[in-house]
Design a protein around this ligand. Structure first.
Ligand SMILES: [Fe+2]
Length: 213
């Protein structure tokens, strides 16, 4: 899948990551009864959220130890680079996900230091499922954790003010039940509304569907 797949392929630890978070994000969106247009944004935003990493040096992406302050400043740039890569008038909602998926509710995130409801809901959801998938899979800097431990970590982040408490509680409640698997299967049935298999194709071929009012 063009740039999104290229960005993912540069890091073997994140292989399959975008597909999984698209599934998680859409399942959560269905759980929240979001309109179809928002599900499309969640799907495309999940695939493209880290597309800006394509411009970063591979040793930075693969570094197995903690980043220095300068390295972290460089890593943060992937949100703004991705935003520029997704520049198209009809891609506004997806660009918000790409730019804002590392914002935190208390304003300590990046790149804009947005707070609470300033952070688009789709960006909050992609940030949340991105973190859940990262916690439950091996990374250079930590081994995979079981789902229940990942949920506890996310709840802790919400208590610290990084994430919406209500959103995280809703997500954890979904994950802890069989509802999650059922919703993920339903998410896969939404292929017909997602459009092109390559979300970047939508930049030139397909507008975002409008939300029914
Ligand atoms: Fe990211």
């Amino acid at each position: 899948m063009a740039l999104a797949r290229e960005a993912e392929a540069r890091d073997p630890f994140t292989r399959g990551h975008c597909s999984r978070i698209a599934s998680f994000g859409m399942a959560f969106g269905i759980n929240l009864q979001l309109p179809d247009a928002d599900l499309v944004t969640l799907c495309r935003g999940s695939f493209l959220h880290d597309v800006g990493k394509i411009a970063l040096p591979a040793p930075l992406l693969l570094k197995p130890t903690a980043l220095t302050a300068d390295e972290f400043d460089l890593m943060k740039k992937h949100t703004e680079i991705g935003d520029l890569l997704c520049a198209a008038p009809h891609f506004k909602a997806v660009r918000q996900v790409v730019r804002s998926h590392h914002e935190r509710a208390d304003g300590s995130g990046y790149p804009d230091g947005l707070v609470e409801r300033q952070i688009p809901l789709a960006a909050q959801i992609v940030g949340l499922v991105d973190a859940y998938d990262s916690l439950t899979n091996d990374r250079p800097y930590h081994p995979a954790r079981p789902s229940h431990a990942a949920c506890e970590t996310l709840l802790g982040e919400a208590e610290r003010g990084w994430r919406s408490v209500s959103l995280v509680r809703e997500f954890v409640a979904m994950v802890r039940t069989r509802r999650f698997d059922r919703l993920r299967r339903r998410a896969e049935e939404f292929d017909d509304i997602i459009g092109p298999a390559n979300p970047l194709d939508a930049l030139s071929h397909g507008p975002e569907p409008s939300t029914p009012t």
